[in-house]
Design a binder for this molecule. Structure first.
Ligand SMILES: [Cu+2]
Length: 100
């Protein structure tokens, strides 16, 4: 069970490297405390998907980073990200955005 989730970040890193050249959306990295297992990762992914503003969500439990891209033409404020994750029971340590 755990092994599957360990491989997911690597897959996303590889596909992400190919896609970042063409995508123009913001890439967001959120440092989150409190994520401990695959269920946390699933829950957070679901929460973010509900906003319908993000894609390519990746949860890296080891580095405690949730990363995703903002869909072109949509936006998601830092405050909203913080609120969503805090409501889910996690604490946001920091948010970084980078334009490709
Ligand atoms: Cu968990």
């Amino acid at each position: 069970m755990n092994r599957v989730f360990e491989k997911i970040p690597i897959l996303f890193l590889i596909t992400g490297a190919f896609m970042s050249a063409s995508a123009l959306a913001d890439n967001v990295k959120v440092n989150v405390n409190g994520m401990v297992c695959g269920f946390c990762a699933q829950g957070i992914t679901k929460k973010l998907n509900k906003t319908e503003a993000v894609e390519k969500i990746n949860v890296d439990l080891e580095s405690k980073i949730v990363s995703f891209s903002i869909i072109k033409g949509k936006s998601l404020e830092d405050e909203t990200i913080k609120k969503l994750l805090t409501e889910a029971g996690y604490s946001v340590v920091g948010i970084q955005r980078e334009k490709p």
